[in-house]
Design a protein around this ligand. Structure first.
Ligand code: PA5
Length: 435
């Protein structure tokens, strides 16, 4: 079970404050689990954790095996909830540099359709020129502009390379079961499809085919991920402050009420960066509405101590930190001894890098707490495929509970449409002229 240590928030909140939250947290948790709140049509993510493979999961595993065999590169097209989860999973388990040295048998995985940068697009095209590749198009609505543009171009590239029939074997669509342009395109073109259940919103979809197909192509054991989530679902159903989900949701809500409007999630592992991005979207889109919400920001330590550190230590006292810790890796690295010792580092000779990292964490924690920043620590334990599933479920549940505590619907995102309407008007999209 993930452990949430709140011993460094007591300067800001008191035990009676926390205990007074008990009824509200219990009610928010019940609202998620009973489906009695706003947005309850979008609780399908509660049913995604699994202990046995379904027919769809077997098809995902079979498709992934084919892609691994016939592709040097697998391109995953999608944006927002149709992008961040799979990338977070792959980078957390395999590192940000997971593509180095890979090819057929264990393909490189790149992401497209998550922006409109010409440079990034041209870079991808150059990279694909001499490679065998396959694509997954992930879009629940099937109409999102960024992935739609990437889809059109990559699909044509595949058709030019392999012919229409050959391309069909290399295009996989992950979309709504019945609705939307992508569903229609996939049926018409005969592409293999996987379903994003209608009741699962984008940012809660990582344990659906959205996350599972890319993870399986990366060689991650998706059944272990789903089992980890299933164990999490059981473990985090406790209805008391013994539940770390309760502690996290209650403490961040109390801190928000005390003017700590920014939550800085931090990890000491660069591989966590995209998970931080996934978390940012999960909480940002779920809570940021009706003029409310904690602003979620991810920072990578110790690197960002040399950029944001000053602000955290002595800037405006409007933030708190949630520090993520994992158990030490089994493969260690040791600081060597140098007989000249010109860099003065011999006092660390023989110590593991992890030992140094631990001291950096403890030193940072003490400094920030002294500087008036409340800090929550999350001890994740050992990182593996199962833990990843547990973490996804943990944060999804914590997000649902937190948003209901705040009094907002966790499962809609009406604000996201505003920029799209302006963009469509500026682009001259039919139907948007008068907006
Ligand atoms: O969380 C969400 O719902 C959004 O971030 C969507 O996932 C994102 O806008 C992409 O939408 P779609 O999957 O319809 O292309």
């Amino acid at each position: 079970m993930i452990k949430v240590d709140i011993s460094n928030v007591w300067g800001e909140i008191t035990l009676p404050d926390l205990l007074n939250m008990e009824k509200d947290v219990a009610a928010a948790h019940a609202t998620v689990m009973d489906g009695s709140g706003e947005g309850s049509d979008f609780l399908g993510w509660l049913n995604l954790p699994a202990t046995e493979p379904t027919e769809e999961i077997r098809r995902i595993q079979a498709a992934a095996a084919r892609i691994r065999e016939n592709s040097d590169v697998f391109v995953v097209i999608g944006i927002g909830g149709s992008y961040l989860g799979p990338r977070a999973a792959i980078e957390l388990l395999q590192g940000a540099n997971h593509n180095i040295g890979k090819g057929k048998g264990d393909p490189q995985i790149f992401f497209a359709g998550n922006g409109l940068s010409t440079r990034a697009w041209n870079e991808l095209c150059r990279l694909l020129e001499s490679k065998d590749f396959s694509i997954a198009i992930i879009s629940k609505s099937g109409t999102t502009t960024e992935p739609a543009i990437a889809t059109r171009a990559l699909r044509w590239m595949l058709e030019r390379k392999y012919g229409t029939d050959g391309a069909k074997q290399r295009i996989f669509a992950i979309t709504d079961p019945v609705k939307g342009a992508l569903r229609q395109m996939a049926s018409e073109e005969g592409w293999e499809t996987f379903v994003i259940p209608a009741s699962v919103g984008g940012r809660f979809s990582v344990l659906s085919p959205v996350g599972l197909l890319p993870m399986a192509v990366a060689g991650i054991d998706i059944m272990q991920v789903l089992r980890g989530a299933a164990e999490g679902k059981k473990a985090y159903d406790i209805r008391s402050f013994e539940n770390p989900v309760w502690l996290y949701a209650a403490v961040r809500n109390l801190l928000y009420r005390r003017g700590k409007a920014i939550e800085l999630l931090e990890s000491y592992d660069p591989a966590f960066k995209m998970f931080g991005g996934w978390w940012q979207q999960l909480f940002g889109e779920s809570e940021g509405k009706d003029g409310k919400g904690l602003f979620p920001v991810y920072a990578e330590l110790t690197a960002d101590l040399h950029s944001l550190g000053q602000m955290i230590q002595q800037g405006q006292r409007n933030l708190f930190e949630t520090m993520i810790r994992f158990a030490p890796p089994t493969q260690t690295a040791v600081v060597g001894s140098d007989y000249k010792n010109l860099d003065g580092l011999n006092y660390l000779a023989g110590k593991t890098l992890d030992f140094v990292d631990e001291k950096a964490y403890l030193g940072t924690l003490a400094a920030h707490v002294d500087g008036g920043v409340p800090v929550l620590t999350m001890e994740m334990g050992e990182l593996d495929d199962k833990k990843l599933g547990e973490m996804f479920y943990f944060f999804e549940l914590a997000c649902g509970v937190s948003a209901y505590l705040l009094g907002v619907n966790p499962f809609n995102q009406p604000g996201v449409e505003f920029y799209k309407r302006n963009m469509f008007r500026l682009l001259g999209k039919p139907g948007y002229e008068a907006n």
